[in-house]
Design a protein around this ligand. Structure first.
Ligand SMILES: Cc1cc2nc3c(=O)[nH]c(=O)nc-3n(C[C@H](O)[C@H](O)[C@H](O)COP(=O)(O)OP(=O)(O)OC[C@H]3O[C@@H](n4cnc5c(N)ncnc54)[C@H](O)[C@@H]3O)c2cc1C
Length: 360
């Protein structure tokens, strides 16, 4: 629905297919594309509360869902939101009880999503990028606070990595902005520069020249994550991505370096701002050689320690694997844990749906 800006996709529709379809038929519309491989599905991404290019502006990709069709463990087909009342997919809940919460975040344990209504957003003609650099990790939350106050940026990420050497010992805040005219883009750039002028005057940071990096930075999805996997040769990388407060950035940054030193690994840290700064996803990543078993074991230990740290910090591990789910459930308030168990039993009494996940 072009005018109401939403699309309805089937359970197996990939990110790449929707992107290509919109580019061809509705080039003025876009969805919140994650940096995941193009073949990953939209249904899976919302089922695990993914984040994409528009998450800074509009929240988790799962918050952009505006209707669901789900096959329940009983085999019944259930429609959630406005499609349960009529042909339109404009609302997942208001003003009904929000049944989408029975399926989003459950990793397929309560039903199989076969259709997703997904909000679309304006796709402007120009897209630009700037990078602010500082060597003070404590400054990053303040930089993000000022940038989100502007309410005009598309995506904001904060990252650091020791290789290549040009990035070593610095913290980079990458910000993307869009416009339908050069005037709009220039206005946004001016607002961004003005908001951080104080840190340039005090020599605590500055904007780096981005021109040589632009083609790579403006790619969607970005391939730099996959390139990181090949720095130690052997094409492996693993990350843990807790959802946490932006003000915790310096503590996470310290932890990544500490873990890399302890387990002798190559690291990268990257945070994506969620919903105007209400939270961030902080990816603690380690690259490894898939032919080196010892290195893989060290990555696993570093990951488990990263999850322990995230839970101590009051964060929510994102996309949790079995081990992480276990750790979350152990730490969780017992009443909340009990409710999760009761909902699962109610919907799936025979425990046939993705067993092992979210099991109390
Ligand atoms: C290089 C790289 C970069 C990435 N960058 C991002 C990023 O920027 N943002 C982001 O959000 N993610 C990112 N990811 C993660 C990626 O988005 C998710 O792994 C992906 O969305 C999962 O898609 P999939 O099709 O592989 O799902 P699967 O791995 O098959 O499924 C994921 C989970 O969802 C459940 N599920 C799958 N389909 C359904 C369904 N129809 N109904 C109910 N439950 C279902 C599964 O049971 C499983 O628990 C990245 C991954 C890689 C490898």
């Amino acid at each position: 629905n072009e005018r109401a800006r939403y699309a309805v996709v089937e359970g197996g529709t990939s990110q790449g297919v929707l992107k290509a379809y919109l580019q061809e038929h509705y080039p003025h519309l876009r969805h919140s594309l994650p940096d995941a491989p193009a073949g990953t599905t939209i249904a899976a991404n919302v089922a695990l509360h993914g984040q994409g290019r528009l998450t800074q502006q509009y929240g988790f990709n799962s918050e952009m869902v505006c209707g669901l069709e789900v096959v329940l463990p009983t085999g019944e087909i259930c429609r959630v939101g406005s499609p349960s009342l009529g042909p339109y997919w404009f609302s997942r809940s208001p003003t009904l009880p929000d049944l989408s919460g029975l399926f989003l975040g459950w990793l397929g344990t309560t039903g199989i999503i076969t259709k997703v209504g997904l909000r679309l957003y304006p796709n402007k003609r120009f897209r630009e990028v700037e990078i602010f650099v500082t060597d003070i990790p404590e400054l990053v939350p303040e930089v993000i606070y000022r940038l989100t106050h502007l309410e005009l940026l598309e995506d904001i990420t904060a990252w650091f990595q020791p290789k290549p050497l040009m990035f070593k010992d610095n913290y980079h805040v990458t910000m993307y902005f869009t416009g339908d005219s050069q005037e709009e883009v220039d206005f946004k750039r001016k607002m961004v520069w003005d908001s951080l002028q104080e840190f340039m005057d005090s020599k605590d940071g500055g904007f780096m020249v981005v021109d040589p990096l632009k083609p790579q930075l403006l790619e969607m999805p970005q391939r730099s994550v996959a390139e990181f996997a090949d720095v130690p040769r052997g094409g492996g990388f693993e990350y843990s991505g807790p959802i946490t407060l932006v003000e915790h950035f310096p503590k996470y940054a310290l932890k990544v370096v500490e873990l890399a030193k302890k387990y002798d690994l190559l690291y990268s840290g990257m945070a994506r701002v969620i919903s105007g700064g209400h939270a961030m996803m902080f990816a603690i990543s380690f690259a490894f050689n898939r032919a080196d078993r010892d290195m893989m074991e060290r990555v696993k230990m570093a990951m488990d320690e990263a999850t322990e740290f995230a839970l101590q910090m009051g964060s929510i591990p994102w996309k949790p694997n079995f081990m992480e789910q276990k750790m979350i459930l152990q730490k969780m308030d017992p009443v909340t844990r009990g409710l999760i168990q009761r909902v699962r039993r109610l919907l799936d009494p025979d425990n046939i749906m993705n067993p092992g996940n979210w099991e109390v």
